[in-house]
Design a protein around this ligand. Structure first.
Ligand SMILES: Nc1ncnc2c1ncn2[C@@H]1O[C@H](COP(=O)(O)OP(=O)(O)OP(=O)(O)O)[C@@H](O)[C@H]1O
Ligand SMILES: O=C(O)C1=C[C@@H](O)[C@@H](O)[C@H](O)C1
Ligand SMILES: [Mg+2]
Length: 169
């Protein structure tokens, strides 16, 4: 079955990029990783954008691309971990498709992000402030239409569970 659009949201390391690609392939839908699209469009890394123009400008680029892709059908998106911070982004996602939250515990996030240097918010923050950011976002992520608790699941199992939940409507 092809859906209009599916948007993955969740904290860094929750598996949005990994699972998004797998689900798109399983459903025969196109796949867009919004972080990768910003990098392609800007021809700079996310670290460089944060360093040279700051987080607010990165958020603007991210929102512009979300809007730009909203006219296309049959796409699965992995969004950046902070997409949920803007009401405008929610309006676009809610009006264009289904939002799926990959819920991941803090210890699992930590294990998955170990050694990561591509994520400016991981580089900039100490563990305590990164955890505070994680906690402050949970309520926003829970606004999604569907939640999958991913800690104990392989990416393939996450995909199966999403397919089941989407089929239930
Ligand atoms: N269900 C899973 N089980 C085990 N490892 C996973 C699972 N999902 C993702 N991973 C691993 O966790 C790491 C982070 O995954 P991924 O890059 O997909 O997260 P993300 O949500 O896209 O993060 P970001 O918001 O920073 O882009 C990768 O090394 C990936 O292989
Ligand atoms: O959680 C966040 O705010 C971010 C997550 C990444 O996906 C990137 O979008 C960027 O590093 C910011
Ligand atoms: Mg990603």
């Amino acid at each position: 079955m092809t859906y209009k659009k599916i948007y993955f949201v969740g904290f860094m390391g929750s598996g949005k990029s990994t699972v998004g690609k797998l689900l798109a392939d399983a459903l025969g839908m196109g796949f867009i990783d919004l972080d990768d699209e910003v990098v392609k469009r800007q021809q700079r890394s996310i670290n460089a954008i944060f360093r040279e123009e700051g987080e607010d400008v990165f958020r603007r680029y991210e929102s512009e691309l979300l809007k730009e892709f909203s006219v296309k059908e049959g796409l699965v998106f992995s969004t950046g971990g902070g997409i949920i911070g803007s009401e405008r982004n929610w309006q676009i996602m809610n009006s264009c498709g289904v939002v799926v939250f990959l819920a991941c515990s803090w210890p699992t996030v930590l294990a998955r992000l170990e050694g990561s240097s591509e994520r400016p918010l991981v580089n900039q923050n100490d563990l305590e402030s990164l955890k505070a950011l994680y906690e402050s976002r949970q309520e926003l992520y829970r606004r999604a239409d569907v939640q999958i608790d991913v800690d104990e699941l392989t990416p393939e199992e996450v995909v199966l569970e999403i397919k089941q939940k989407l089929a239930q409507g």
